[in-house]
Ligand binder design. Sequence first.
Ligand SMILES: NC(=O)c1ccc[n+]([C@@H]2O[C@H](COP(=O)([O-])OP(=O)(O)OC[C@H]3O[C@@H](n4cnc5c(N)ncnc54)[C@H](OP(=O)(O)O)[C@@H]3O)[C@@H](O)[C@H]2O)c1
Length: 326
Amino acid sequence: MNIADSPDMQPRLMKALRAHARGGPEQLVYEDAPLPPPPTGSDVCARVTAAAVTFDELTWPETWESDGVDRTPIIPSHEFAGVVFAVGPDVHDYSIGDQVFGLVPFDQDGAAAEVVRLPAANLARKPANVSDVVAAAAVLPALTAMEAVEEHLRLESGQRLLIRGGTGAVGSFLIQFAHRAGIAVTAIVRSRDAVEVVERLGAREVLVGDEPDEVAPASFDASIDSVGAGTPEWLYRAVRPRGRVITLQEAPDAALAEAFDVDAQFFVVSPDAEHLDRLAALLSDGGIEVAVAQTYPLSEGRAAYTDRGRAGRLGKTVLEVPTSSE
Ligand SMILES: NC(=O)c1ccc[n+]([C@@H]2O[C@H](COP(=O)([O-])OP(=O)(O)OC[C@H]3O[C@@H](n4cnc5c(N)ncnc54)[C@H](OP(=O)(O)O)[C@@H]3O)[C@@H](O)[C@H]2O)c1
C-alpha cells in the first residue's frame, strides 16, 4: 500500500460551515473540513455543542485576514460552548471532559464546526445549570457590554447613557450592565413592541424610532452605538462636551467628535479570564437575562446568517452542533 493511502496519512475531517471567498452568507457552505491540529502550548481543542452568530461578523476584517494575510477558507462564529477534548502541554486549568464556553480570537477559525481550537485563556467553565445554547448566546455580547460599561464609557452611578439599538444582542446586555451600575439608561428601539421588554431589562426611558426627536443636544454623559456602522450625527450631538461616544463596528467620525467636543472611541472586546468567570457566575445565579431568538442545526448555518434574525424576536441566533454519532 502506498503510504499516502494509509489511514494515518488521511486528513482527519469534521463538519464545518466555511466561506471560501469574501462576501456575505451566500458564501457559506456546510462541508467537510480538516480538524484543527492538536493543541500545542496553552491551546485547547473543544468539541463544539453550540455556536452563536453575530450577523456583522462577515464584515469584520479579522474574519477574513490575519496580520493582513488572507486566511480563506474561514469558519465563522467566535462565541461558543462545548467540551474540552485535548489540551496543550502548558494547560493546567482545564482537563478533557470539562464543559466550557468562551470566545475564539476573531482572526482564527471560529466555532461553526464540530471542533474548535483556541487559547485556554479565552475560556471559562460553563456552570452546570446553564444550557450550552444560553452560554454561547451570552459570551460575546455580554462581555462586550461588561467591558463597555466598566472600562470604556467612564460613567458613574446617576449619570445618563444613551444606547442606540436597545433590542440587539449587545444592546440588551448594555442596558442590564449599565442599570446594575446605577447608570440612568435611555434606550432607542425601532418598534413599540420592544418598549416593555427593554424597560424590564432596566432602561429608565425608551425612545422609539430611527432618529427620535426627543434626543436633546448635550443631554447625555455618554452614548453608545450598538446597531452597527454609520453612527448618526445625533448620537454625537446628544452627548455633553467632553462626554464619551462609543462605536462598536467601526472607528468613530473624527470630524463629528471634534464638532461636538466629545471623546469618541471604538473598542474591540478582549477575552479576560476574570470577566469570563464573572459572567459565568452571573449566568449561573440568574443575575442576567439572556435572550435566544432562534436555534438552527449547524448544517443550516447559511440560513441562520441569511435570515438575520428574521424571526423578529429579541436575542441571539445560535447554531446547535450535534456529535458525529447523532
Ligand atoms: N467591538 C466589539 O467588540 C463588538 C462586539 C460585538 C458586536 N459588535 C458590533 O456591535 C453591533 C451590534 O451587534 P449585535 O450582535 O448586538 O447585533 P444585533 O443583535 O443584530 O443587534 C443590532 C440591533 O440593532 C437594531 N437596530 C437596527 N437599526 C436600528 C435603528 N435604526 N435604531 C435602533 N435600533 C436599530 C436591530 O433592531 P431590530 O430588532 O429592530 O431589528 C437589532 O436588534 C454590530 O455592528 C457588531 O459587529 C462589536
